[in-house]
Design a binder for this molecule. Structure first.
Ligand code: KG4
Ligand code: ZN
Length: 347
């Protein structure tokens, strides 16, 4: 239980995440004391299909959920009776996958008479930044993952305005599709990041879509097509150095687009702080590009450590902890929400 001496501001939260292909559970005390962080990844399961297969994800979540939560509690040295609340990802995500975590969290909360706190997965990605520090608001939030690419203005925690989003592929999806096209396996972001370090980003020129569109939306499908045309022009396949240069040039086009649009969002909103999060925020070149941009613009930048950028339950606990203190509670009729925009979240 939270210590009444500190005014109840350090709740002990168990969080569960199962929106896509990671089954995760974590225990967090207060805003950033991580007591445990368990992630069971299904990457190997989906690799041979080149993407997440919803039915397989659902079954794997059902198999993993009990041991993952048990390990999170054991690692934290915490019993269910000591918790203040259970937080769970309600959406957006794959409906069958979400339902596994949701049903389990509901059962735990109901059996122990604990409050159940619903969490939006996108807010959880942004909340990962609060694990690093008390982020000042307003801030511009760049969410870049396998399923989402969007810019938000966060006026205060829980209040978000969508500034722009991808009109087609998410940035992570573009990394994954391009990696598949180049025969680099799945998921492709990490591999492209690694190969790009040996490459020359200026050797090939790929388009920077919608950079001067006058709005803050993104589009990555044209870039993917241009990469296909480029790689097909090498009839005998790409030599190792050509492959590395291709990866570097593709990555540079994505990073340039993300960094430029983030800078435009800062100018548009007048905010002086940026949060970058989601799996693609692990990308070394994006982290470097955002750091350079923030230093030049004189703005504060927070990028969670890579472990908290990819899907995990600590970020769900971070968002859940804040929503718990704001009084947000779910009833036993809580259902999965596969499409759930961040705007108008409340709480
Ligand atoms: O946030 P996340 O774990 O799951 C979703 O909510 O989608 O993001 C996964 C995405 C994948 O598309 C993966 O290729 C990408 O993040 N990713 C990266 C890197 N690490 C993960 N993309 C570029 N560079 C990386 N280092
Ligand atoms: Zn995610």
């Amino acid at each position: 239980m939270s210590d009444p001496r500190d005014g109840g501001t350090t709740p002990l939260i168990l969080a569960v995440e199962s929106s896509c292909d990671e089954t995760a559970a974590a225990v967090l005390r207060g805003p950033r004391e991580v007591l445990s962080d368990v992630v069971a990844s299904q990457v190997a399961l989906h690799a041979e299909y080149g993407g997440v297969v919803p039915e397989l994800a659902c079954r794997a979540h059902a198999e993993a959920i009990v041991p993952v939560v048990e390990k999170a509690l054991a690692d934290a040295g915490v019993g269910l009776g000591e918790l203040d609340a259970v937080a769970v990802t309600q959406g957006p995500g794959l409906v069958g996958a979400l339902l596994v975590g949701l049903s389990f969290a509901k059962a735990v909360a109901w059996s122990r008479g604990l409050p159940l706190v619903p969490v939006n997965h996108l807010e959880a990605h942004l909340a990962a930044a609060f694990l690093e520090e008390a982020v000042p608001t307003p801030f511009v939030g760049l969410v870049v993952s396998g399923g989402h690419t969007a810019l938000y203005l966060c006026t205060r925690r829980g209040e978000y305005r969508l500034l722009g989003q991808t009109l087609d592929d998410a940035a992570g999806e573009a990394f994954d599709k391009v990696a598949k096209l180049l025969g680099l396996g799945y998921p492709g972001g990490v591999v492209i990041d690694r190969l790009a370090r040996e490459g020359d980003p200026s050797r090939f020129a790929f388009p920077r879509p919608m950079l001067r569109s006058g709005n803050l939306d993104f589009s990555f499908s044209g870039l993917k097509t241009s990469l296909r045309t480029h790689s097909e022009s090498y009839l005998k396949g790409l030599e190792p150095q050509e492959l590395a240069d291709t990866c570097a040039a593709f990555q540079e086009a994505v990073v340039d687009t993300l960094v430029t649009k983030t800078l435009q969002a800062l100018a548009h909103t007048g905010a002086a702080c940026v949060v970058a999060c989601g799996g693609v925020a692990c990308n070394s070149r994006l982290r470097e590009g955002l750091r350079t941009m923030a230093a030049a613009a004189g703005c504060h930048l927070v990028i969670p450590r890579p472990r908290y950028c990819t899907d995990n339950a600590v970020m769900v606990a971070s968002a859940g902890s804040h929503r718990f203190l704001a009084g947000v509670r779910a009833g036993s009729d809580l259902n999965a929400v596969p499409t759930w925009p961040l705007e108008g979240l409340g709480g």
